[in-house]
Write a protein that binds this ligand. Sequence first.
Ligand SMILES: [Zn+2]
Length: 222
Amino acid sequence: MVEILPGVHQVEGVDPSPEFSTHVYLLKDRGGTWTLIDTGLPGTHQATLAYLAKIKVEPTSIKKILITHLHLDHTGSLKVLAEKTKARTFAHWIEAAYIACHPAYDGPGSPPSEPFTVDEVLKDGDTVDAAGGLIAYHTPGHTPGHVAYYQAERKLLFSGDLFFGEGEKVILTVPDFTHHTPTAQISARRMSQLSIDSLLTYHGGPILKNAGHAVRALTQKL
Ligand SMILES: [Zn+2]
């Protein structure tokens, strides 16, 4: 069982390779339901379902799936997991259009492999009733409609691909996979103003304690 923080699970078995870790997060809500943040590459839904079985959570207990951004390693299992869980699905309004492939995404990184229409579109500052309340911060740069989700009470930041974990340090996701790095730098500086205890990165990391230091160490140089 990989419960890395109380009520925060890192789903096992969704990494494409040992060198490239991928973190799908499963969060316990208040009241016995669950929330998933991002969904992994196509085919990894089997690992997610196996993990749910292992911790004795019914797939239909997942009531919400929150997407940080359009890239295939985040949306690849969205359709099948939405079907298996019957969860409501969420993404930023810009990203929702790219996830629906209308229009097709023409930036760097792999686009979704099939169109999917999310149930609810988010804008900056919206709060999702999940895991005790998650604020959706529009953090463009890596992609145009990238979102990071912040649990203010516990100071948890689910940063998608805005930040990339390197041990106890964080970097920005490299320009090769980023739509517009200067905009990502601005988003990073904005997020560094939050009080962050745990930084839940999608690749590399996470940093579970005092992560604000690592974020500020990065953004002071930007
Ligand atoms: Zn990405």
